[in-house]
Write a protein of this length. Structure first.
Ligand SMILES: *Cc1c(COP(=O)(O)O)cnc(C)c1O
Length: 425
């Protein structure tokens, strides 16, 4: 029998051989709602948020959930009710925030390719800040704001170029990444922005990567940011806030990222030491708020032994769980019901999609037979929000568990719905 709680997921546990999310047995939910099925724990989301809130106790700080991790309305609602703002990367995400009851004033808009239409939409909604990622974008935003008769609140996203040799897994804050303004161009870019009448400078931001499991890259990035803040302010431009982005990792497979509150204790010490302790702080966590709050339940369709490999074919696929196919990412896979007597099969867990890249786990020991269910863990972030209809597969249903209560956040898509917008000639 497995240990009661699963690693990294305090709200997913076995009880008498049955896998639960909070107070609900997943087997029953799978039978009632069919599979593939995403099930989220509200308590897990709020516990992850609480770690950041503890870290920021007594400070002026705004947590903006990076909603591309999971943009389902019911998930946004949990964070909106908890007082979060949102980090968005498209006009579609802004519409979702507003539909979920989020506060536009707490929205920050990141992304290298904002369109004029998206800028207009965000200005009209009254968002809190545009995180501008290039000098060309400054000019366009300035023009759009003047056309609207307003001033766009901006910060400039700095690419802090944290040394790749010491931190090889950082992928967005390096020279050579498409994101942000080069560190050495930052001061000049602020000076330029200060001359544009359609812009109002409110902050500075960076976002150095994702699934970061060490403190050092954040500490380096903070040092580089504070040097810039001092230089920019020495030139007479005041920055109301400092935004350090998101990117904190989660435990997928024995990963040991720092706890959010412990990380921020270190970062705040740096701020205090340099006299910036009173400055408003913003962060944009995505994965670390939702990743380990969700599981994907899938049914075993066939066990297919082979000469070189055995396969466990399940009804979830790369369209539901794209991370393995996209990044060779790892998700733990466990049975919903523990059967000590079942033989264990070393196999690749794969979906029905017609691609060899359609795998969910490689070389796993699986103790389940056809007709039984598996749970793919750590499926709360970058799964449904990256899902597709490839192979004309309707998107899975999503449930939110809150104690014993179950809420349907998204109904399973219908096949008819998949081609409802299409026309025959
Ligand atoms: C994706 C993204 C985030 C969130 O990253 P996580 O790794 O999910 O925390 C934050 N800020 C920006 C600008 C992003 O693009």
């Amino acid at each position: 029998m497995s240990a009661a709680t699963l690693p990294g997921q305090p709200f997913v546990h076995y009880h008498e051989g049955q896998l639960y999310v909070e107070g609900r047995a997943l087997q029953q939910l799978a039978q009632r709602h069919a599979t593939p099925l995403f099930v989220y724990s509200q308590a897990a989301m709020l516990a992850a948020l609480a770690a950041y809130q503890r870290g920021f106790a007594g400070r002026d700080a705004q947590i903006c959930y990076a909603m591309k991790a999971n943009s389902t309305l019911g998930v946004l609602q949990v964070f909106a009710r908890a007082g979060c703002g949102f980090d968005i990367v498209s006009g579609g995400e802004l519409a979702r925030v507003l539909a979920a009851g989020g506060d536009a004033a707490k929205v920050i808009f990141s992304g290298v390719g904002k369109t004029r239409a998206e800028m207009r939409q965000a200005l009209d909604a009254g968002i809190g800040c545009f995180n501008v990622e290039s000098e060309a974008e400054l000019d366009v935003l300035n023009a759009v704001a003047l056309e609207r008769g307003c001033r766009a609140p901006i910060s400039i996203r700095v690419n802090p170029n944290v040394d790749p040799k010491t931190h090889p897994y950082i992928s967005t804050g390096l020279k050579g990444n498409k994101f942000g303004v080069a560190h050495e161009r930052t001061l000049a870019t602020y000076q330029r922005a200060a001359l544009l009448p359609g812009l109002r400078i409110v902050g500075i931001d960076c976002h150095i990567g994702s699934q970061i499991t060490e403190s050092a890259p954040y500490l380096d990035a903070m040092d580089r940011m504070l040097e810039l803040v001092a230089a920019i302010e020495a030139g007479g431009i005041h920055l109301e806030h400092i935004d350090l982005g998101g990117g904190l990792g989660i435990d997928y497979n024995g990963d040991t990222p720092p706890a959010a509150d412990a990380l921020w204790a270190q970062l705040l010490a740096k701020l205090d030491a340099r006299g910036f302790g009173q400055r408003k702080l913003m962060i944009e966590p995505g994965r670390s708020l939702v990743g380990n709050a969700g599981v994907c339940v899938t049914e075993v369709l066939y066990l297919k032994p082979g000469e070189q490999k055995n396969f466990c074919i399940v009804d979830a696929a790369m369209n539901d769980l794209p991370r393995p196919a996209m990044y060779q990412a790892f998700h733990r896979i466990v049975p919903l019901q523990e059967h000590a007597d079942h033989p264990s099969l070393l196999c690749d867990v794969v979906g029905p999609v017609c691609e060899s890249g359609d795998w969910i786990g490689r070389d796993r020991q699986i103790q389940a037979q056809a007709g039984e269910y598996l749970a793919v863990l750590s499926a709360g972030a970058y799964c449904v929000s990256m899902s597709s209809n490839y192979n004309s597969r309707p998107r899975a249903a999503e449930l939110l568990v809150d104690g014993e209560a179950v809420h349907v956040l998204r109904e399973r898509e219908s096949v008819a719905g998949l081609f409802a917008g299409e026309q025959l000639r």
